[in-house]
Design a protein around this ligand. Structure first.
Ligand code: CUA
Length: 254
């Protein structure tokens, strides 16, 4: 293999590895907030990749180029270099400050509350299921079926989600939202999401809450505003999914 071909192979391999890391570590973002997280994550990965290339490249070069050969004299002995040490301390400090500022900015946007959200969804967690309700309408969906209950939400507008727990600590987690929020008894927690694309997104309780923790899935079905209004109007107030149980009811049979 000629040197040029080898170099090309290494370059293509490095780009493919980076793409695999970038694509494999995060699911495709489904909300505006998740896009911000993905963008920040991309910056982190890019900086880490550049640092890895420099560090591994220099280490490999030093090991190969300056390895000991028979009969080599003892190299010149030096004690540190103030300028070099300032540089290799200063650059990481600047990088960390930059990443810290970027993280604060994204956190601020992800945690921001829209003053006039399009919909409010109230999420109540209990062992072992969820109740989704839409406060002004009186519509509520509870389910402990194998797939869990489904919350229908409109796309393209801020949705205020309020989470509360009836018993122990649960966690509201939708992987493609790149967002997880603990659901703590006695304390309501609020956040906004703006879903970009229609679709059904799986969610799951993400805090170990007891023996049927794994049976707390749910899904979010994102639809157009018109479909959402139609769906909401078609729901009887305080509806319940088949096979559902009210909060605080006995544990589901395995
Ligand atoms: Cu609820 Cu785990």
């Amino acid at each position: 293999m000629s040197r040029r071909v080898r170099r090309a192979v290494i370059r293509v391999g490095a780009v493919a590895a980076l793409a695999a890391v970038g694509a494999g570590c995060l699911p495709a973002p489904a909300t505006e907030e998740a896009q911000q997280v993905t963008a920040l994550y991309g910056v982190f990965v890019a900086i880490a990749a550049v640092i890895a290339l420099v560090v591994f490249g220099l280490a490999t070069w030093a090991i190969v180029r300056h390895r000991q050969r028979p009969g080599d004299p003892l190299p010149e002995q030096t004690h540190g270099s103030l300028r070099l040490e300032l540089v290799w301390t200063g650059i990481p400090v600047l990088i960390i400050l930059g990443l810290f500022a970027g993280t604060l900015a994204v956190l601020g946007r992800v945690d921001a509350h829209d003053p006039s959200p399009g919909v409010e969804l109230r999420v109540e967690a209990f062992r072992w299921g969820w109740t989704f309700s839409y406060p002004p309408s009186g519509v509520s969906v509870t389910g402990v079926s194998p797939d869990g209950p489904e919350a229908v939400l409109p796309v393209g507008e801020p949705i205020k989600i309020v989470v509360a727990s009836h018993d122990v600590i649960h966690a509201f987690f939708v992987p493609v939202f790149l967002f997880k929020r603990d659901v703590i008894p006695g304390r309501e927690s609020t956040f906004d999401v703006t879903i970009d694309e229609p679709g059904t997104y799986r969610g799951q309780c993400a805090e170990f809450c007891g023996i049927y923790h794994s049976r707390m899935p749910f899904s979010i079905r994102a639809v157009s505003r018109a479909e959402f209004d139609q769906w909401l109007a078609s729901q009887p107030a305080a509806s319940a999914a088949p096979g559902s149980a009210a909060p605080g009811s006995p544990e589901p049979v395995p």
